[in-house]
Design a protein around this ligand. Structure first.
Ligand code: NDP
Length: 499
């Protein structure tokens, strides 16, 4: 959809949602409601239900029944694929509605939101193929009296906890793969960005997904998210969010040893060598930190640049930063929108103050961007950053870039890997040998060469080190939600053990 083909305005009234369990909308009843204000406009845009632990229990029971009676897992992959393709068409048919809600709740630019919704549909289309491609293995080399089979089975009921930064896209990087594997789902979106997850439930239902296979329970992470992670009848948790909450999810999962997939934070390096196309690299670096106002787990927040070109490159980055269009997310020209919550905004501004206090040199930005309503931060660059500074090592999750320099290749790799995280990295060079050497040595789950923040459902994503466990997307993304079963089939007469 062309962003200019519609007029985008803040609706006069907040849209109210129920929650979605067993193939139908559930009413709020006497449960409290949570009101979401647009972080860019300061007016209420959605109201969602604050569900209870009892609602989680009910949704898990529903998902368990739907799994055990094989209404979904028992279908041929081709039939599951057909539902996923219809869902993709359903998403495409509602792009305008979904993108507006996504932009209003998260503060992201409307053009970007359209891209993410359409990107989500594209992932559903890919995963439809994966539903048919999933297969096991056979061992026909065990002798004439034995056949060995390795089959993949859906892992069961999956609890899916997703964050606010890419509510629909991150959801789409998981849901179609989990469904392709044959699992059932209880989804808990971030309380501040629940609308598009709820609409996906309706779209899937309209596409023919059997009742009870995809359920959405809304409310607070610390209450119902925690309850889902602890639940003894959930077989796997897929969690995306902060490393701190990821750790608590891992601990909560120990009760029944459920499998846990974690996609957590990052402090991703942008390594720029002197032989790179500097103008293109600077453009990529600015995009990498300003995209989604820096609230992006794979955002490139650490510029590691070769000393000989550092001054020139810093000036290029600063000049481009000054031209980034910040403002109303509903203006199709906006490139960088609002910060999602007042709390996140305060965190970012606190880090900026820490950078100044700790002695880093402020190159540009360093303050809030003035606005009548909502919260915005100017893209900020700190140079002369040393490893002891908090801005050098902690995930800020805002448009704040740090610069450090290197003189040798080994030094560049040491700085790039000097982090507890290992989610993503970018390398900018015109030398293929150097690029290859670098991508082999960088400890991260996703590496880009002469580009940044590219995606697509074919390639897996996930973290090394404290950035998480498991992989999403690609054929790996379906396998992640399966158990492997080994079966020995004896043929012919049995050699008696009891004589
Ligand atoms: P959280 O980790 O708190 O939130 C992520 C998801 O977890 C949300 O759905 C949240 O629900 C839920 N949640 C919160 N507490 C629990 C819990 N105890 N048990 C189970 N689920 C829970 O991230 P924040 O929103 O607080 O963001 C803080 C930081 O996390 C950011 O600054 C950034 O560093 C990082 N982050 C990383 C993301 C990534 O993509 N890797 C995405 C988002 C954040 P609810 O929102 O309703 O509380």
């Amino acid at each position: 959809m062309d962003v200019n083909s519609a007029v985008w305005t803040v609706p006069a009234r907040a849209r109210e949602f129920g929650f979605f369990v067993d193939g139908q909308w559930a009413e709020a009843g006497d449960r409290p409601m949570s009101e979401r204000k647009s972080p860019a406009h300061g007016v209420a845009v959605t109201r969602t239900v604050r569900c209870t632990k009892a609602d989680i229990d009910h949704a898990v029971r529903v998902a368990r029944t739907a799994f055990e009676d094989r209404r979904w897992s028992g279908l041929p992959g081709g039939e599951r694929a057909s539902v996923l393709l219809k869902a993709a068409a359903g998403i495409r048919a509602r792009v305008e509605e979904l993108a507006l809600l996504e932009s209003l709740e998260s503060g992201k630019p409307i053009g970007q939101a359209i891209g993410e919704i359409e990107g989500g549909a594209n992932i559903f289309e890919y995963a439809a193929g994966a539903a048919r491609a999933l297969h096991g293995d056979a061992f026909n080399n065990l002798g004439d009296n034995m056949l060995g089979l390795v089959t993949r089975e859906p892992i069961g009921v999956v609890g899916l906890i997703t964050p606010w930064n890419f509510p629909f896209f991150i959801l789409s990087e998981r849901v179609p793969f989990i469904l392709a594997a044959g699992c059932t789902i209880v989804s808990k979106p971030s309380e501040v960005t629940s609308a598009t997850t709820l609409l996906l439930a309706e779209i899937l239902s309209d596409a023919g997904l059997p009742a009870g296979v995809f359920n959405v329970v809304t409310g607070s992470g610390s209450e119902i998210g925690q309850a889902l992670a602890e639940h003894a009848d959930v077989d796997m948790i897929s969690f995306t969010g902060s490393t701190a909450v990821g750790r608590s999810v891992l601990l909560a999962s120990a009760g029944n040893f459920k499998k846990v997939g974690l996609e957590l934070g990052g402090k991703n390096p942008q390594v720029v060598f002197a032989d790179a196309n500097l103008d293109e690299a600077a453009d990529g670096v600015v995009f990498g930190i300003c995209f989604n106002a820096g609230q992006c787990c794979v955002g490139g927040s650490r510029l590691v640049v070769e000393k000989s070109i550092a001054a020139e490159f810093e000036a290029l980055v600063a000049a481009k930063m000054a031209r980034v269009r910040i403002g109303d997310p509903l203006d199709p020209n906006t490139q960088m929108g609002a910060i999602v919550t007042a709390a996140q905004n305060a965190t970012i501004l606190d880090y900026i103050e820490a950078g100044k206090r700790e002695g880093a040199r402020l190159v540009c930005g360093g303050e809030a961007y003035p606005s009548d309503a909502g919260q915005f931060v100017r893209p900020t660059v700190f140079a002369d950053v040393t490893r002891e500074m908090s801005i050098a090592s902690e995930e800020i999750f805002g448009p704040v870039l740090t610069i450090s320099t290197f003189e040798t290749f080994d030094e560049a790799m040491a700085i790039a890997n000097d982090t507890i995280y290992g989610l993503a990295a970018s390398i900018w060079t015109s030398n293929l040998d150097k690029a290859t050497d670098a991508f082999r040595r960088i400890r991260a789950g996703r590496v880009w060469v002469n580009t940044t923040i590219n995606n697509g459902p074919e390639l897996p994503l996930g973290g090394f080190k404290q950035s998480g466990t498991g992989r999403e997307a690609g054929i790996y993304g379906v396998e992640e939600y399966t158990e492997v079963k080994a079966t020995h089939i004896a043929l012919g007469r049995r050699e008696p053990w009891v004589s």
